[in-house]
Design a protein around this ligand. Structure first.
Ligand SMILES: C[C@@H](O)[C@H](N)C(=O)N[C@H]1[C@@H](O)[C@H](n2cnc3c(N)ncnc32)O[C@@H]1CO
Length: 147
């Protein structure tokens, strides 16, 4: 799992076209989304994560919680982003991992939005630019090497 974490004044997206043959079914209201004062987390779920998705979910949640507490963000935007890795997990595994991360972050008390999975999306982001505003993290299940 590769994550790019951007502490932002806002992140907004608009769904454009399908990027997968069968993208995640979404409601009309999910076609656009915006959060203000948010930690945006762009995530590529990787092939290696398929060996232990639940462990990767827990490690990702721990990392996100750590960064959120450092930048004092209580809103998280989970953003599926297939451009941080060249060894992507299959879409069905990736979607489940991202849905579970969303669920677990809510359980931890964050306000959470997740951008729809399997689409081309336009987005606008306003990075705050402070020293911790742009971070990346790599997560691998135990026993896997970081490539
Ligand atoms: C395209 C660009 O504008 C948009 N932002 C996009 O990336 N769309 C991705 C993700 O939503 C999702 N997706 C598929 N596989 C994965 C994966 N392994 N990890 C994360 N997302 C995935 O499926 C889309 C096509 O790869």
């Amino acid at each position: 799992m590769r994550m790019l974490l951007i502490h932002s004044d806002y992140l907004e997206y608009e769904v454009k076209d399908k990027a997968l043959k069968s993208p995640e079914p979404i409601s009309e209201e999910q076609k656009k989304g915006r959060l203000e004062e948010v930690l945006a987390v762009f995530m590529s779920v990787e092939k290696a994560d398929e060996t232990n998705p639940e462990e990767v979910v827990e490690k990702a949640v721990a990392e996100i919680k750590d960064v959120a507490s450092q930048v004092k963000a209580d809103r998280i935007f989970v953003y599926p982003f297939a451009h941080l890795s060249s060894e992507l997990a299959k879409p069905d595994v990736a979607l489940k991992v991202l849905q579970r991360i969303e669920e677990r972050l809510r359980e931890e008390g964050f306000e959470v939005k997740r951008a729809p999975f399997g689409y081309y999306k336009a987005f606008r982001l306003s990075c705050k630019g402070h020293p911790l505003a742009e971070l990346s993290r790599t997560i691998v299940p135990s026993g896997e090497a970081v490539s």
